[in-house]
Design a protein around this ligand. Structure first.
Ligand SMILES: [Zn+2]
Length: 332
């Protein structure tokens, strides 16, 4: 039945109704009418989401989206139902398109260099601090992204001791009003797995048991859905580079470092409590680029070739995130 005919039929029913029933009928009419974008002039810009500017998506965030965002919302039907009930505050998973397009010139990704010069993170098998690996890789990623036109890319270096630095880096990322955060790390193993050896006359520790990259997201991030989308792209690119992911995080042997594996093909894990992933106001992902406690992999991670392929993979993931067509056709 066409909309105008329906109104005429309902109009006939309305004649003879007492005034207090008119309100009930009016609500029923709005609930039954199909919502057509072209006709829904009374609707505020609630459902008009800019597909070009992710900052407008950010403004659409509601106060408590984290738990709602856990469930992948069937966006279209739900939006239509909610539209029939009038303007309401929508969780981002509903109000946002599944995959947004962004302008590289204004899109701001923050590359968070894991750890600090004072608290350097893990120590490699050859006694090099993780912070040095993180900084070198993050700088190369920054370089590649800027070369691809992502002029707003920012390297985030934090100072101070480990725990306070975590809150400082979150505050810095939030102040930068970033659209996306990628935290760069290199992996080690729990202390109980370490073995002793000597390298160039110095005592050191190693474990050749595990290797590989891994990608983490927090289900407590205010925009988990977008975080996961970017994590999938990063992990997919790592796999496409011929790298294998670290499988041990899904195993009981890791004790409290065991985490749910969200994608067993590409190696995306959830790590809900991680401050840098859950306290940031923007979608956030953490990349453990590879193991530096594994003696073979440490050498690879130190090589320009490996650094180049990881940084190139991350840059491709960001481009794909910003424009899904890139994955199909390459640069447009
Ligand atoms: Zn680390």
């Amino acid at each position: 039945m066409r909309r105008c005919e329906l109104i005429r039929v309902l109009g006939g029913i309305v004649v003879g109704l007492r005034p207090h029933r008119l309100l009930v009928v009016a609500i029923a009419v709005f609930a039954l009418l199909p919502i057509e974008t072209g006709n829904a002039g009374w609707l505020p810009d609630l459902f008009k989401i800019s597909s070009k500017h992710p900052k407008s998506q950010k403004r659409a965030k509601s106060a408590k989206p984290a738990r709602l965002a856990r469930h992948r919302a069937p966006s279209k039907p739900r939006a239509t139902r909610l539209a029939a009930l009038g303007p309401v505050a929508l969780p981002p998973s509903v109000s946002k398109p599944a995959a947004g397009k962004c302008d590289p010139a204004t899109f701001r990704i923050v590359l968070d260099v894991g750890h600090t010069a004072e608290s350097e993170g893990a120590i490699s098998a050859r006694n090099v601090a993780e912070f040095a690996f993180n900084l070198r890789l993050a700088r190369l990623i920054e370089e590649k992204l800027k070369a691809e036109g992502f002029a707003e890319t920012r390297l985030l270096l934090t100072e101070g001791k480990a725990r306070p630095s975590l809150f400082r880096r979150v505050a810095s990322a939030n102040n930068l009003r970033a659209d996306l955060l990628l935290s760069i790390h290199h992996d080690s193993v729990p202390n109980k797995m370490l073995e002793d050896w000597e390298f160039e006359g110095r005592k050191g520790h190693f474990s050749d048991r595990f290797s590989g990259y891994s990608v983490f997201v927090s289900r407590e991030n205010p925009d988990f859905e977008t975080s996961l989308r970017f994590a999938e792209l990063v992990a997919g690119e790592m796999k496409a580079q011929g790298l294998r992911y670290a499988e041990q995080y899904s195993q009981a042997i890791m004790g409290r470092d065991q985490h749910p594996l969200l994608n067993k093909e590409t190696g995306v894990y959830s790590y809900d409590e991680l401050i840098v992933l859950r306290k940031t106001a923007m979608p956030a992902v953490l990349l453990e680029a590879g193991s530096i406690i594994n003696r073979d992999e440490e050498l690879k991670m130190g090589s320009p070739e490996r650094r180049n392929s990881i940084a190139g993979g991350v840059a491709s993931a960001v481009k794909e995130f910003c424009d899904p067509r890139w994955a199909l056709f390459g640069p447009l």
